[in-house]
Design a protein. Structure first.
Length: 163
């Protein structure tokens, strides 16, 4: 993980700006009967998010057949951006987030594809770059036969919030 020049008093948005990352104006809407974020105590659970561009374009395909592992890794990075936008919208900002607890990454993979951790590293690396040591998290990454709307990657996350 690259660990940019993080300053302890920086806001999350300042760190994102330093990394050249701009969050979309609004988080993607849920595509089912659930909420994007559920908060309990000092934890915020973010429902599975996909690679959706700011204009609503979905990034689709089977990784290892239609999409390369490197392209899918970029898709996972986009998912992390969408996760942060979702959290921002729910919490009215990101400054109450103290760190990342866990990610669960699903890759819409061809049956012989084996680089699931490499793909999900796109999201993990971005979150570690944004939150520093508190962004390094527990994680599971695995392949599935399909995902909603044929998206390449879906990731859910658990964040710790300041008391």
């Amino acid at each position: 993980m690259s660990q940019p020049d993080l300053k302890p008093r920086d806001t999350v948005l300042a760190r994102l700006a330093r990394l050249g990352i701009k969050l979309p104006p609004a988080a993607p809407e849920p595509i089912g009967a659930f909420c994007n974020v559920r908060r309990t105590g000092r934890l915020a659970f973010v429902s599975g998010q996909g690679p959706v561009e700011a204009d609503g374009t979905l990034l689709c395909g089977k990784v290892g057949r239609d999409v390369t592992a490197e392209e899918a890794r970029d898709h996972a990075r986009l998912v992390a951006v969408n996760i942060l936008a979702t959290l921002r919208d729910h919490l009215d900002g990101l400054d109450s987030v103290s760190g990342v607890v866990k990610l669960l990454g699903l890759v819409n993979a061809a049956s012989d594809f084996e680089r699931h951790p490499f793909v999900i590293d796109g999201a993990s690396t971005l979150l570690a770059d944004v939150f520093g040591p508190e962004g390094v998290h527990a994680r599971s990454a695995f392949g599935v036969a399909s995902l909603p709307n044929n998206i390449t990657v879906e990731i859910e996350a658990v964040f710790e919030l300041r008391g």
